[in-house]
Design a protein around this ligand. Structure first.
Ligand code: PAF
Length: 286
Protein backbone atom coordinates (compact mmCIF):
# COMPACT_ATOMS: atom_id res chain seq x y z
CA UNK A 1 0.00 0.00 0.00
CA UNK A 2 1.28 3.46 -0.86
CA UNK A 3 0.66 6.63 1.14
CA UNK A 4 0.80 10.01 -0.56
CA UNK A 5 0.28 13.55 0.57
CA UNK A 6 1.02 15.32 -2.72
CA UNK A 7 -1.51 15.71 -5.52
CA UNK A 8 1.16 15.39 -8.22
CA UNK A 9 2.50 12.07 -6.94
CA UNK A 10 -1.04 10.77 -6.39
CA UNK A 11 -1.96 11.56 -9.98
CA UNK A 12 1.15 9.73 -11.24
CA UNK A 13 0.26 6.57 -9.32
CA UNK A 14 -3.34 6.68 -10.55
CA UNK A 15 -2.20 7.24 -14.12
CA UNK A 16 -0.12 4.04 -13.90
CA UNK A 17 -3.02 2.07 -12.42
CA UNK A 18 -5.30 3.28 -15.22
CA UNK A 19 -2.67 2.46 -17.84
CA UNK A 20 -2.64 -1.09 -16.45
CA UNK A 21 -6.38 -1.22 -17.14
CA UNK A 22 -7.48 -0.96 -13.51
CA UNK A 23 -10.76 0.57 -12.43
CA UNK A 24 -10.37 3.16 -9.69
CA UNK A 25 -12.51 3.30 -6.55
CA UNK A 26 -12.49 6.09 -3.99
CA UNK A 27 -13.62 6.10 -0.38
CA UNK A 28 -13.43 9.70 0.83
CA UNK A 29 -12.97 9.95 4.63
CA UNK A 30 -11.85 12.32 7.33
CA UNK A 31 -9.93 9.50 9.04
CA UNK A 32 -10.70 8.11 12.51
CA UNK A 33 -11.77 5.03 10.61
CA UNK A 34 -14.28 2.66 12.15
CA UNK A 35 -16.18 -0.40 10.99
CA UNK A 36 -18.52 1.85 8.96
CA UNK A 37 -15.62 3.10 6.84
CA UNK A 38 -14.21 -0.42 6.58
CA UNK A 39 -17.49 -1.63 5.14
CA UNK A 40 -17.25 1.16 2.50
CA UNK A 41 -13.70 0.02 1.74
CA UNK A 42 -14.81 -3.61 1.40
CA UNK A 43 -17.67 -2.69 -0.94
CA UNK A 44 -15.27 -0.54 -2.99
CA UNK A 45 -12.76 -3.41 -3.05
CA UNK A 46 -15.40 -5.72 -4.53
CA UNK A 47 -16.28 -3.24 -7.26
CA UNK A 48 -12.86 -1.86 -8.24
CA UNK A 49 -9.34 -3.03 -9.00
CA UNK A 50 -7.53 -0.13 -7.33
CA UNK A 51 -8.91 1.25 -4.08
CA UNK A 52 -7.98 4.69 -2.81
CA UNK A 53 -8.93 6.02 0.62
CA UNK A 54 -8.56 9.75 1.10
CA UNK A 55 -7.97 10.93 4.66
CA UNK A 56 -8.49 14.66 5.00
CA UNK A 57 -10.13 16.55 7.83
CA UNK A 58 -11.62 19.20 5.60
CA UNK A 59 -11.59 22.60 7.35
CA UNK A 60 -14.13 24.20 5.00
CA UNK A 61 -16.97 21.96 6.17
CA UNK A 62 -16.59 22.84 9.85
CA UNK A 63 -18.34 25.87 11.35
CA UNK A 64 -16.35 28.24 13.61
CA UNK A 65 -17.81 26.68 16.79
CA UNK A 66 -17.46 23.07 15.61
CA UNK A 67 -14.97 20.33 16.49
CA UNK A 68 -12.28 20.86 13.80
CA UNK A 69 -9.41 21.22 16.31
CA UNK A 70 -10.47 18.29 18.42
CA UNK A 71 -11.53 16.02 15.55
CA UNK A 72 -9.63 12.71 16.13
CA UNK A 73 -6.63 12.11 13.84
CA UNK A 74 -5.22 8.62 14.56
CA UNK A 75 -3.29 8.57 11.29
CA UNK A 76 -1.00 5.56 11.87
CA UNK A 77 -3.90 3.43 13.05
CA UNK A 78 -6.01 4.49 10.06
CA UNK A 79 -3.21 3.48 7.68
CA UNK A 80 -2.93 0.12 9.37
CA UNK A 81 -6.65 -0.49 8.96
CA UNK A 82 -6.42 0.51 5.31
CA UNK A 83 -3.49 -1.84 4.74
CA UNK A 84 -5.30 -4.71 6.49
CA UNK A 85 -8.38 -4.13 4.32
CA UNK A 86 -6.65 -4.26 0.97
CA UNK A 87 -6.44 -0.54 0.18
CA UNK A 88 -3.93 0.26 -2.58
CA UNK A 89 -3.35 3.93 -1.88
CA UNK A 90 -4.02 6.31 1.01
CA UNK A 91 -4.13 9.93 -0.08
CA UNK A 92 -3.66 12.12 2.98
CA UNK A 93 -2.93 15.69 1.97
CA UNK A 94 -2.24 18.60 4.31
CA UNK A 95 -4.70 21.50 4.30
CA UNK A 96 -2.13 23.60 2.37
CA UNK A 97 -2.04 21.01 -0.40
CA UNK A 98 -5.82 21.05 -0.83
CA UNK A 99 -6.24 24.78 -0.22
CA UNK A 100 -2.93 26.39 -1.28
CA UNK A 101 -4.58 29.79 -1.50
CA UNK A 102 -7.77 31.39 -0.22
CA UNK A 103 -10.57 29.40 -1.85
CA UNK A 104 -12.66 31.70 -4.04
CA UNK A 105 -14.33 29.04 -6.19
CA UNK A 106 -16.96 26.94 -4.44
CA UNK A 107 -19.41 24.20 -5.36
CA UNK A 108 -22.58 25.39 -3.74
CA UNK A 109 -25.90 23.63 -3.27
CA UNK A 110 -29.31 25.21 -3.52
CA UNK A 111 -32.37 23.88 -1.66
CA UNK A 112 -30.93 20.57 -0.47
CA UNK A 113 -28.18 22.20 1.52
CA UNK A 114 -30.01 24.62 3.76
CA UNK A 115 -32.36 22.42 5.80
CA UNK A 116 -31.91 19.22 7.86
CA UNK A 117 -28.20 19.23 8.81
CA UNK A 118 -27.61 22.36 6.72
CA UNK A 119 -29.86 24.47 8.98
CA UNK A 120 -27.64 24.11 12.02
CA UNK A 121 -24.42 23.86 9.98
CA UNK A 122 -24.46 26.79 7.55
CA UNK A 123 -21.86 26.39 4.80
CA UNK A 124 -21.25 22.75 5.72
CA UNK A 125 -22.43 21.23 2.45
CA UNK A 126 -20.69 23.89 0.40
CA UNK A 127 -17.46 22.75 2.09
CA UNK A 128 -18.30 19.07 1.56
CA UNK A 129 -19.18 19.52 -2.13
CA UNK A 130 -16.12 21.64 -2.80
CA UNK A 131 -13.70 19.17 -1.24
CA UNK A 132 -15.41 16.15 -2.80
CA UNK A 133 -15.29 17.84 -6.22
CA UNK A 134 -11.56 18.48 -5.67
CA UNK A 135 -11.03 14.84 -4.69
CA UNK A 136 -12.94 13.66 -7.76
CA UNK A 137 -10.80 15.91 -9.97
CA UNK A 138 -7.55 14.75 -8.38
CA UNK A 139 -8.38 11.04 -8.30
CA UNK A 140 -10.78 10.73 -11.26
CA UNK A 141 -12.38 7.58 -9.79
CA UNK A 142 -14.79 5.33 -11.67
CA UNK A 143 -16.73 4.74 -8.45
CA UNK A 144 -16.91 6.60 -5.13
CA UNK A 145 -18.51 5.03 -2.05
CA UNK A 146 -20.55 7.03 0.49
CA UNK A 147 -22.45 5.85 3.56
CA UNK A 148 -26.24 6.01 3.74
CA UNK A 149 -25.82 7.19 7.34
CA UNK A 150 -25.00 10.65 5.97
CA UNK A 151 -28.15 10.57 3.84
CA UNK A 152 -28.20 14.29 3.10
CA UNK A 153 -24.54 14.28 2.08
CA UNK A 154 -25.21 11.31 -0.20
CA UNK A 155 -28.23 12.99 -1.82
CA UNK A 156 -26.27 16.21 -2.37
CA UNK A 157 -23.23 14.44 -3.84
CA UNK A 158 -25.52 12.57 -6.22
CA UNK A 159 -27.06 15.86 -7.32
CA UNK A 160 -23.60 17.39 -7.72
CA UNK A 161 -22.46 14.52 -9.95
CA UNK A 162 -25.64 14.78 -12.02
CA UNK A 163 -25.75 18.57 -12.09
CA UNK A 164 -22.10 19.03 -13.04
CA UNK A 165 -21.91 16.03 -15.42
CA UNK A 166 -19.19 14.33 -13.42
CA UNK A 167 -18.11 11.06 -14.96
CA UNK A 168 -18.33 8.55 -12.11
CA UNK A 169 -20.77 6.33 -10.29
CA UNK A 170 -21.79 7.07 -6.71
CA UNK A 171 -22.22 3.89 -4.72
CA UNK A 172 -24.45 4.21 -1.63
CA UNK A 173 -23.49 1.84 1.21
CA UNK A 174 -25.69 0.68 4.12
CA UNK A 175 -25.27 2.10 7.64
CA UNK A 176 -23.18 -0.07 9.94
CA UNK A 177 -24.39 -0.32 13.55
CA UNK A 178 -23.06 -1.39 16.93
CA UNK A 179 -24.63 -4.66 18.19
CA UNK A 180 -27.15 -2.57 20.17
CA UNK A 181 -28.11 -0.56 17.08
CA UNK A 182 -26.23 2.73 17.50
CA UNK A 183 -25.03 3.91 14.08
CA UNK A 184 -21.24 3.98 13.94
CA UNK A 185 -19.73 7.45 13.95
CA UNK A 186 -16.32 8.89 14.77
CA UNK A 187 -18.18 11.20 17.15
CA UNK A 188 -19.54 8.30 19.28
CA UNK A 189 -16.23 8.32 21.14
CA UNK A 190 -17.13 11.72 22.64
CA UNK A 191 -20.08 10.15 24.53
CA UNK A 192 -19.80 9.28 28.22
CA UNK A 193 -21.41 6.03 29.36
CA UNK A 194 -24.77 7.62 30.22
CA UNK A 195 -24.93 9.50 26.94
CA UNK A 196 -23.92 6.34 25.07
CA UNK A 197 -26.87 4.52 26.65
CA UNK A 198 -29.30 7.36 25.96
CA UNK A 199 -28.08 7.58 22.34
CA UNK A 200 -30.03 4.39 21.61
CA UNK A 201 -33.17 6.51 21.52
CA UNK A 202 -32.29 7.66 17.98
CA UNK A 203 -32.77 4.18 16.57
CA UNK A 204 -35.70 3.47 18.90
CA UNK A 205 -37.46 6.53 17.48
CA UNK A 206 -36.67 5.49 13.91
CA UNK A 207 -37.91 1.96 14.57
CA UNK A 208 -41.13 3.34 16.03
CA UNK A 209 -41.54 5.45 12.89
CA UNK A 210 -41.01 2.35 10.74
CA UNK A 211 -43.64 0.45 12.72
CA UNK A 212 -46.12 3.30 12.34
CA UNK A 213 -45.58 3.40 8.57
CA UNK A 214 -45.96 -0.39 8.40
CA UNK A 215 -49.24 -0.06 10.32
CA UNK A 216 -50.50 2.39 7.71
CA UNK A 217 -49.86 5.76 9.39
CA UNK A 218 -49.29 8.34 6.65
CA UNK A 219 -49.51 11.59 8.64
CA UNK A 220 -45.88 12.63 8.96
CA UNK A 221 -46.62 15.03 11.84
CA UNK A 222 -48.04 12.15 13.90
CA UNK A 223 -44.92 10.09 13.21
CA UNK A 224 -42.63 12.99 14.12
CA UNK A 225 -44.56 13.59 17.36
CA UNK A 226 -44.16 9.93 18.40
CA UNK A 227 -40.43 10.05 17.64
CA UNK A 228 -40.05 13.29 19.60
CA UNK A 229 -41.68 11.74 22.61
CA UNK A 230 -39.28 8.77 22.61
CA UNK A 231 -36.23 11.03 22.39
CA UNK A 232 -37.38 13.53 24.97
CA UNK A 233 -37.69 10.76 27.56
CA UNK A 234 -33.88 10.77 27.71
CA UNK A 235 -32.70 13.66 29.92
CA UNK A 236 -29.45 14.49 28.08
CA UNK A 237 -30.97 14.78 24.61
CA UNK A 238 -31.74 17.92 22.65
CA UNK A 239 -33.41 17.51 19.28
CA UNK A 240 -31.85 19.43 16.41
CA UNK A 241 -34.36 18.15 13.85
CA UNK A 242 -36.63 15.26 12.99
CA UNK A 243 -37.71 15.37 9.34
CA UNK A 244 -39.57 13.26 6.86
CA UNK A 245 -38.51 14.21 3.34
CA UNK A 246 -38.51 12.80 -0.16
CA UNK A 247 -35.31 10.89 -0.79
CA UNK A 248 -34.28 12.77 -3.92
CA UNK A 249 -34.56 16.51 -3.34
CA UNK A 250 -35.10 16.17 0.43
CA UNK A 251 -38.26 18.26 0.48
CA UNK A 252 -40.51 17.82 3.54
CA UNK A 253 -43.65 15.79 2.91
CA UNK A 254 -46.85 15.92 4.92
CA UNK A 255 -48.46 12.66 3.71
CA UNK A 256 -46.45 9.52 3.24
CA UNK A 257 -47.58 8.42 -0.20
CA UNK A 258 -44.14 7.52 -1.63
CA UNK A 259 -40.75 6.29 -0.37
CA UNK A 260 -39.30 8.76 2.08
CA UNK A 261 -36.28 9.43 4.22
CA UNK A 262 -36.89 9.80 7.95
CA UNK A 263 -33.85 11.60 9.33
CA UNK A 264 -32.94 13.05 12.69
CA UNK A 265 -30.13 14.84 14.47
CA UNK A 266 -30.00 14.84 18.24
CA UNK A 267 -27.50 16.31 20.67
CA UNK A 268 -26.34 14.09 23.54
CA UNK A 269 -24.73 16.69 25.77
CA UNK A 270 -22.45 18.57 23.35
CA UNK A 271 -22.23 15.72 20.80
CA UNK A 272 -24.50 15.81 17.79
CA UNK A 273 -25.54 12.43 16.36
CA UNK A 274 -27.47 11.69 13.18
CA UNK A 275 -29.31 8.66 11.89
CA UNK A 276 -32.01 7.85 9.33
CA UNK A 277 -34.08 5.14 7.68
CA UNK A 278 -35.81 4.92 4.34
CA UNK A 279 -39.45 3.89 4.45
CA UNK A 280 -41.67 2.80 1.63
CA UNK A 281 -45.40 2.90 2.45
CA UNK A 282 -46.09 0.68 -0.60
CA UNK A 283 -44.23 -2.35 0.70
CA UNK A 284 -44.59 -1.34 4.36
CA UNK A 285 -41.06 -2.42 5.24
CA UNK A 286 -38.07 -0.56 6.66
O1 PAF B 1 -18.32 12.05 5.21
C1 PAF B 1 -17.20 12.54 5.43
O2 PAF B 1 -16.37 12.01 6.15
C2 PAF B 1 -16.83 13.87 4.78
O3 PAF B 1 -17.92 14.74 4.73
C3 PAF B 1 -16.20 13.71 3.38
C4 PAF B 1 -17.19 13.10 2.39
C5 PAF B 1 -14.96 12.84 3.47
C6 PAF B 1 -15.80 15.08 2.82
O4 PAF B 1 -14.87 15.71 3.64
Amino acid sequence: MEITSEIKKTREIIKQAKAAGKTIGLVPTMGALHEGHLSLIRICRQKCDFVIVSIFVNPTQFGPAEDLAKYPRPFEWDCRLCRDNGVDLVFAPAAEEMYPQKQIIWVDVETLGDHLCGASRPGHFRGVCTVVAKLFNIITPDIACFGQKDAQQLAIIRQMVRGLNMNLEICPCPTVREPDGLALSSRNQYLDSQQRQQALCLLQALRRAGEMVAAGQSDTQAIIAAMKEIIERQPQTRIDYISIVDNDLLQPISRLDRPALIALAVYLGPTRLIDNIIVDPANKSL
